[in-house]
Design a protein around this ligand. Sequence first.
Ligand code: NAP
Length: 496
Amino acid sequence: MSVPSASALHPRVLPDFDLVLFGGTGDLAMRKLLPALFNRHRHGEMAAGARVIGVARGALTRDEYTALAEASCRTRLGDEFDAEQWPGFAARLHYLRVDATARADYAALSALLGGRESVVRLFFLSTAPDLFTSICCELAHAGAVTPASRIVLEKPLGTDAASANKINETVASAFREHQIYRIDHYLGKETVQNLLALRFGNALFEPLWRRGQVSHVQITVAEQLGVGSRADFYDDTGALRDMVQNHLLQLLCILAMEPPASSAADAVRDEKLKVLRALRPIGDAEAVVNTVRGQYRAGVIGTTPVGGYLDEEGVAPDSATETFVALKAQIETWRWAGVPFYLRTGKRLPEQVAEIVITFEEVPHSIFDGTPSSQPPNRLVIRLQPDENITLRILAKSPGEAMRLKAVDLSLDFAESFKARRFDAYERLLGDAIQGNLTLFMRRDEVDAAWRWIDPIRAAWDADGDGPRPYTAGTWGPSAASALIARDGFSWHGEL
Ligand code: NAP
């Protein structure tokens, strides 16, 4: 499928760059990063000289690497794969065999980068985090870090505050904070941008965005998938560290932050940081009441029978790792005091869905038949996955003679409303990093604050020794998760 010329659609071409992709043959690079870069290319958004240099230990020729990348982009993009544009992108692709821990291997990288010191140089670390230290030290030692260099770090950034601090210290020895892009791909989603537009581009919502008007908030990131081939990593990590510490807390921050003075990166990140610092700590006693962890057992997803977590290859037979977390968070500020934020994430749940649901207070007095509680309250649903849209539930009169109210959804369907090209999260975030826009990336103090809130929960769980509660694959987690929210008189959205 051919696309119209780039200048017709997007006059803004990214500045010239060299992107060095450590882990260039890995799953993330092949499934997400290279297809995202190819999309940027096929829409004409790359400068003529821009290059992508895949780096890994495999003994591949440049042609072999290009063939791997092409196969992956074809699979990933399906009908959108543009065969006509591929040769142009392939010409940008390079491959270098580099063991990230071997100093001598960096000479070839320096040589390939040499002579282009003035262009943006992006080091994307799509490798296990235990290589971050070597890569930063060796890049600095090889003199490859120019003033125009930036480094992009994938999650996980540590396993607790101390280990994250260690990684951040190492990275800081080679790169200044404004050169460090800590990625959370949820923040690159179009709907998250739209949440910002909704809140701060309209006068309508901001007065309602507070206690007194908002009854409670739910953030759900549910996966149907099990642990797959990531068992080694996951069994040491669990859902709290893998999902809550980063994705769910970042969504919470965007949702709950005070209006920043501008859209400048630090103005936004300062406000997000204040939310993290205002979270009420969950220590041993609170963890019992306000958190639930679970682990899936064999069950059925849709019509497909699936095994339990303990049967997964690579999982310890007595593993106590949680594959599900539900918790109640509270933000101790004037705006949010007393408004519960329920967070929920898990594997092997009935749906693949990511959404934020803001439920407003009931009307104080009903002038129509029935009590206020018989009229469902207004609700704003921000859907990030699988489709991206925002709907506002309001009550309207049902046609007919009688004055009967019925809930209807006002829907903002982006695909319908805007015909312009939409960016996938990595397309956007890679573009932002190349353009030097840090707004959607986490600052070091944010990562630290998130871990400082998570660590006591983990410690409380370790201390109580009960382990996660079992739940059947294909259900919404342990029944205790429903009880957690039911205690406050609510129920999870979509779960009846
Ligand atoms: P992966 O499939 O295991 O790939 C690892 C890559 O690193 C491979 O290209 C591997 O190639 C390379 N590598 C390993 N040791 C190396 C060394 N000593 N020197 C140079 N290269 C080396 O991992 P992944 O799933 O792509 O994940 C990469 C990172 O992104 C991880 O930190 C992961 O947690 C994070 N992440 C992944 C996803 C995802 O969807 N996959 C999502 C979010 C975050 P060789 O073995 O040939 O060297």
